[in-house]
Design a protein around this ligand. Structure first.
Ligand SMILES: [Zn+2]
Ligand SMILES: [Zn+2]
Length: 119
């Protein structure tokens, strides 16, 4: 295989976007893959970014949701208990803390319910 842009030079790889052969001068490295220098670098970056996001999404598992449940549950509990115990001294600020705590507990519940879908 020879370089698409320089037929007299051997190709070192292919562009991930257009799959043309590239010589060392034409190949730009994006992460671990090659792209036509100054031509398809942006496209390949976008392509890699999309692949990376997909991997992250599919890696979201039951244990992630359970970890979130524990985290939101613990913090939510602290806020709620703290808020309620401080209402006498802080007044409406205590209520705000308790409301934040309840919102976090709600998030914990939502994460718990979500985790049950992954059984
Ligand atoms: Zn290309
Ligand atoms: Zn070339």
């Amino acid at each position: 295989m020879v370089c698409f842009y320089h037929p007299d030079k051997p190709a070192v790889g292919t562009c991930k976007h257009c799959l043309r052969g590239l010589c060392a001068d034409c190949a730009a490295t994006v992460d671990d893959v090659l792209a036509c220098r100054n031509r398809h670098e942006a496209q390949v970056i976008a392509l890699e970014e999309m692949t990376r996001l997909n991997v992250l999404k599919s890696k979201r598992t039951r244990s992630d949701y359970l970890r979130n449940t524990v985290f939101y549950g613990t913090v939510g509990m602290l806020f709620t208990v703290f808020g309620i115990s401080q209402i006498r001294w802080l007044g409406w600020q205590g209520i705000v803390y308790a409301a934040i705590g309840l919102a976090l507990l709600w998030a914990a519940l939502a994460n718990y319910l979500e985790s049950r879908k992954y059984k």
